[in-house]
Every structure is written in structure tokens, then in C-alpha cells.
Design a protein around this ligand. Structure first.
Ligand code: SF4
Ligand code: SF4
Length: 347
């Protein structure tokens, strides 16, 4: 998927049409976030609990059972309706998602999901407040970034973190309600401060729940609680040839000149050099690959992390944790003995 591999030692960024990968990702995430917010408003997709059916692109999307219940359609027609209007669209959407993740991993999560956009935004703002992307990280990250710039933390940024998390929580609660009730009614009642009792209870409870989740458990949710993410991960793990971040273990000693940039940038708080089975929650964002491009740009042998597919992906998937560690230790030992055997230069 990700092309444009930079030549060893060059500063050519990966990407398409002159835009780096991470810029593309920001664009797809922003576009999908807008779609997420505006889809109910423009009747692109929503469930109307008043009407008791879905609205899709402005049309009522029913299973056609009302006709059957009213005696105006036969059982055969009702069955055909169920298959055409219910089963087939569901299979098409779920099948597409499963196929994409089986072949390329959790692309939906890393490139589109509105929840993950929030995760990354809060990660980066929190890093400015406490130097960590998550409250649960043990140690602060280094101030330096892979491109050489610096992000120093300052507790003053808490004045940005808390309002940001509150704003995201309230926005999500309101948008969620517009997927269930007519958006004009929800936004109209909010504007006139005339929410019904049930609407007020829903918005208060959902806002509190989202605040807690965004603040304390956003990575946990992506890893274990989100069904969409979980099924993508399962499909991805079932295909040994699927695209994966591959690590050139035979060159592991080159990491000695780096500050583990890939570990520090990962928004899912994974270790990108680990074996595939330990990367269950990888969202294919490519930030670790970009980080390695930057830190290894003056290494004539090139970068150590790269997207791999098919045969190389298969060998990556076949690696187990012990074998990966053994390879790294063996190369470190080899490098040490080479250093010992070489004439001392006094430098
Ligand atoms: S894989 Fe690349 S970015 Fe990660 S520690 Fe090694 S050199 Fe650094
Ligand atoms: S391991 Fe790399 S590609 Fe996967 S989530 Fe972390 S930074 Fe993104």
C-alpha cells in the first residue's frame, strides 16, 4: 500500500502525489470525521427511532415487513425483501471491511475511524502537558521528535487537555444522538435549551462516559473493546501474508544509534520492532516507519522498518518472540565481538 520507498540516505518522504503519508492520513481522517458528524444532518445515514427505520441517502430504508404484516405482501416477497434489503447490504459492508483488514490490516482504524482521530489528538495534546501519550505510560517520552524538532512538555497544557477532552466527549454524545433522533430536533432543542428529559439524560450520561473513556481508556477501547477493531485484528492475524510493519532483524544493531524513535511515536503504544502476534492492535498508521526513515536517513544501508507483504510478511508472522529476541541478541553479541577484535583507534 505505502509506496515511494526513499533511497538509502535520501530525504525523499514516502507518499503519493507529492504529499507525505502522514499528510494523506490527516486528510482521510479529517474527511471521515466530517462525514461522521454531517451524515445524519444530510440524511446520508441514520437510524430514526421515531420512524423506527434507517434513512440512507435521503430514502427510507426498511426491511419491507410492514407490507407483509398488513397482508399486502406474501411470505415469499417478505423473504426476498429481507435478503435484498437486510442480509445483502450487511454482508457487503462487513465483507468489504473483513477483506480489507485480512489483506492490509486495520486500515479503517488508522486512516478513517473518528474515534482514533480523537485518540491521536488527545495523545499529542497530553504529550505537551506531561510528555506522555497516555496517562498509563511509565516514563515521559524524549522531547525530541524523529525529524529533529522538539516537543517540550509544560503543565500549562492541562488547560488545553481538559477542555479538549470535554469538547470531544460532548461532541460525540450529541452526534451519537443525531444518529438516533432527527438532527433538526436535537440541534434545535440544544439551541433553544429545550431538551426533553430523556435527551438531557442521554447527553449527560454519554458525555460523562465518553470523557472517562477518552481521558483514561482510549487505547484500551481500541485494543479490546471495539468490535470493529477486534474483528479487523482477527482477520489480519489470520492471514500470514497480510501487509505488516517488517523489521530487518539482521541489522538490529543499527538501532544502537537511535533513541527508539519508533517506540515513542506509536499512537497505540506498541513496540513496532516486535513480532506480528504482539502487534495485534497495530492500526497501520505508518508513523513508526516514517520515524525510522528519519532517524536512519544518513545510514547508507537505509531504514530498518518497512511495510512488507506476502513472503516477507509470512516470515515476519512466523517469527516468535523468543526467536526475535535471540536474533537481536546474537547480532548484538556479534557486533560486540567485532568491536573487540578490531584494532583500538583511541577514539
Ligand atoms: S527500528 Fe528504526 S526507529 Fe526503531 S529503534 Fe531501530 S533505528 Fe530507531
Ligand atoms: S506499530 Fe507502527 S504502524 Fe502500527 S500503530 Fe504503531 S506506529 Fe502505527
Amino acid at each position: 500500500m505505502v509506496t515511494g520507498r526513499p533511497a538509502p540516505g535520501s530525504r525523499v518522504a514516502r507518499g503519493w502525489l507529492g504529499l507525505p503519508v502522514q499528510r494523506w492520513r490527516q486528510l482521510t481522517q479529517a474527511g471521515f470525521f466530517l462525514l461522521f458528524v454531517f451524515a445524519p444532518i444530510f440524511d446520508i445515514f441514520r437510524l430514526d427511532l421515531n420512524l423506527k427505520h434507517f434513512i440512507l441517502f435521503g430514502f427510507d430504508w426498511t426491511l419491507g415487513l410492514d407490507e407483509f404484516l398488513a397482508g399486502r405482501a406474501s411470505a415469499a416477497q417478505a423473504s426476498v425483501n429481507l435478503v435484498l434489503r437486510g442480509f445483502l447490504p450487511l454482508v457487503a459492508v462487513v465483507g468489504t471491511l473483513i477483506y480489507v483488514s485480512w489483506k492490509w490490516g486495520r486500515l479503517y482504524c488508522g486512516w478513517l475511524c473518528p474515534h482514533f482521530s480523537i485518540v491521536e489528538t488527545i495523545n499529542q495534546t497530553l504529550r505537551r502537558a506531561i510528555g506522555k501519550q497516555s496517562l498509563w505510560d511509565k516514563k515521559p517520552l524524549p522531547a525530541r521528535n524523529p525529524d529533529g524538532s522538539e516537543t517540550r512538555h509544560d503543565a500549562l497544557w492541562w488547560f488545553a487537555v481538559i477542555p479538549l477532552v470535554i469538547a470531544c466527549a460532548v461532541l460525540w454524545a450529541v452526534v451519537l444522538l443525531t444518529y438516533l433522533l432527527p438532527p433538526a430536533e436535537v440541534y434545535g432543542n440544544l439551541w433553544h435549551a429545550s431538551l426533553t428529559h430523556n435527551q438531557a439524560v442521554f447527553l449527560s450520561a454519554a458525555s460523562i462516559a465518553f470523557f472517562v473513556e477518552f481521558m483514561f481508556a482510549r487505547h484500551l477501547f481500541c485494543r479490546y473493546a471495539c468490535a470493529v477493531g477486534l474483528f479487523q485484528s482477527l482477520a489480519w492475524m489470520s492471514n500470514d501474508k497480510a501487509m505488516v510493519v517488517g523489521f530487518k532483524r539482521q541489522r538490529a544493531k543499527d538501532c544502537a544509534s537511535c533513541y527508539s524513535a519508533c517506540d515513542h511515536v506509536c499512537p497505540m503504544r506498541l513496540n513496532p520492532r516486535n513480532v506480528k502476534r504482539m502487534m495485534f492492535a497495530c492500526v497501520q498508521c505508518g508513523q513508526c516507519v516514517d520515524a525510522c526513515d528519519h532517524t536512519m536517513e544518513s545510514n547508507p544501508s537505509g531504514t530498518l522498518l518497512n511495510w512488507v507483504q506476502d513472503l516477507r510478511a509470512e516470515s515476519e508472522a512466523a517469527f516468535n518472540v523468543r526467536a526475535a529476541r535471540t536474533a537481536t541478541v546474537a547480532h548484538d553479541a556479534g557486533a560486540a565481538s567485532l568491536r573487540d577484535a578490531s584494532p583500538k583507534t583511541g577514539k
